[in-house]
Write a protein that binds this ligand. Structure first.
Ligand SMILES: [Zn+2]
Ligand SMILES: [Zn+2]
Length: 86
């Protein structure tokens, strides 16, 4: 049976896996150059070398970007209704 890891480093051919966010972040700052441009996950602040990796992470561990956008729209629509009725 394969172990499910919570955090998987998707930096090219690096295959570091961890269930601890702290360890994972340590790995990323030790092993990978943080001075380059990263695609940052706004939900958990993990960094990805490419946008596709970020998207697959986001849809796996958080809602999909479309879903997040939908919720955001929903929320602002609700706020607007609330404001309008007062
Ligand atoms: Zn790595
Ligand atoms: Zn995330």
């Amino acid at each position: 049976m394969e172990t499910e890891y919570k955090y998987i480093c998707e930096c090219g051919d690096c295959s570091y896996k961890s269930n601890h966010l702290g360890n994972f972040k340590n790995h990323q700052s030790n092993k990978h150059d943080y001075s380059r441009e990263w695609n940052l996950c706004k939900e958990c602040n993990l960094r990805f070398t490419n946008y596709q990796a970020l998207i697959s992470h986001t849809s796996k561990y958080h809602a999909s970007p479309e879903e997040l956008q939908r919720r955001k729209n929903l929320r602002s629509a609700r706020n607007k209704r609330y404001r309008d009725s007062h």
